[in-house]
Design a protein around this ligand. Structure first.
Ligand code: SF4
Length: 372
């Protein structure tokens, strides 16, 4: 399996781990931004391979986890309408809203469907012209271009019964916000390779200068992550804070230009509300005025009261690297994958789900897990 096995091989991993042990002279705390990386770290036991001085914190890069409670409640209200086919990625169905989740809406007779892309939802709109088809457009820079393309196609083809409930996030302002917190312990970042495959890493250059922390764009396989940690630690040991690209096989400085153009054509940058964190300026994407007709929030206006999250879920602290999943008093007790209190226990990219599935906080000097 080219481009996969070579990033999981024991020999390569051994070499990098040995180099990490040689390089590290003091304690460093790094954050992997992406939930996919958090799962890889837990799955392969990568924290245990690191020198004991290096600690990994888990960042805000789980799209399901950061989607705010009021948007989930809005999704539930729209999905409950008899004229609507509500389309979502599967993870979102079990994320608790204030009173219930989308799965409960489906169980009560709502037409809630799991789709794999916004284009599937657009196709449903074409084949069901008598229904309103709404796609729950959550995610980061990775998923936004496909959402933009679906709206662009709907606009061109005059599909008038299709809309997006938009909850899209941009990563760099979240990194900036995490660093602005006086309690933050993050000294360096592993940036998400798939986000940067779209955006490139140019915008990370001024960010690294501003936050005075190294940022290493990193892939998702064990060797990628360990190499990213090594590149980050080398910089920290030398007092540098530069942007480096470990994931050069997928990421260029300018990213995917057609995808970026599509994204900019359909969306504009806005303030975004992050669950458990609050509003972050310029950290979201909303439909431009030209495409406002495809905005489900405008198509189904609601007198909406933002409600407080009273579940006791500390997802906001986890997403900012201030706590870890097993710091939460509900972890493994009241909150389990079968009965989640918060999105991080539901999502395939959620840090609580990773800890639950692969074992709680990794301890050093444990035998690492290998896939082969
Ligand atoms: S264990 Fe459950 S309640 Fe606690 S932070 Fe994770 S998802 Fe939230």
């Amino acid at each position: 399996m080219k481009y996969l096995n070579e990033y999981r091989g024991r020999e390569g991993i051994r070499k990098i781990v040995a180099e990490l042990h040689r390089t590290t002279t003091r304690a460093w705390t790094l954050m992997e931004v992406c939930g996919g990386q958090t799962h890889a770290i837990a799955k392969y036991g990568l924290q245990q391979l690191l020198p004991p001085e290096i600690e990994l914190l888990h960042g805000p890069g789980c799209p399901v986890c950061v989607t705010s409670l009021d948007i989930i409640d809005q999704a539930i209200a729209i999905a409950s309408r008899p004229d609507v086919i509500f389309c979502s990625f599967g993870d979102m169905l079990r994320v608790p809203g204030t009173d219930r989740d989308l799965l409960a809406v489906k169980a009560a007779g709502g037409d809630v469907r799991t789709v794999y892309s916004p284009m599937n939802a657009l196709e449903l709109a074409r084949t069901h012209p008598d229904r309103q088809v709404v796609f729950f457009a959550i995610g980061f820079e990775t998923t936004a271009p496909a959402n933009a393309m679906a709206v662009y196609q709907a606009h061109r083809q005059d599909v008038t019964n299709f809309s997006l409930l938009v909850s899209q996030f941009l990563v760099p302002p979240a990194i900036d916000t995490i660093c602005a917190d006086a309690d933050s312990r993050v000294q360096g970042f592993l940036a998400a390779g798939h986000v940067c495959a779209i955006t490139g890493f140019e915008e990370y250059l001024p960010l690294a200068n501003k936050i005075r922390r190294p940022i290493v764009v990193t892939g998702f396989e064990p060797l990628d992550i360990l190499e990213g940690v090594l590149m980050c630690v080398r910089q920290l040991e030398q007092g540098k804070y530069e942007v480096q690209n470990q994931y050069a096989r997928a990421v260029s400085s300018e990213g995917n230009i057609p995808a970026r153009e599509m994204l900019q054509r359909v969306f504009e940058i806005s303030t975004q509300s992050w669950r458990g964190v609050g509003n972050i300026r310029s950290s979201g994407l909303l439909l431009r005025q030209e495409f406002a007709a495809f905005d489900a929030g405008q198509r189904f206006p609601m007198d909406f009261q933002v409600r407080e999250d009273t579940s006791g879920c500390i997802s906001g602290r986890i997403m900012q690297g201030l706590s870890k999943p097993d710091d939460c008093p509900h972890f493994g007790n009241k909150c389990r994958p079968q009965s989640p209190l918060g999105a991080p226990m539901v999502s395939t990219e959620g840090p609580c789900a990773a800890y639950y599935r692969y074992g709680t906080r990794p301890h050093h000097n444990q035998e690492p897990r290998h896939e082969h």
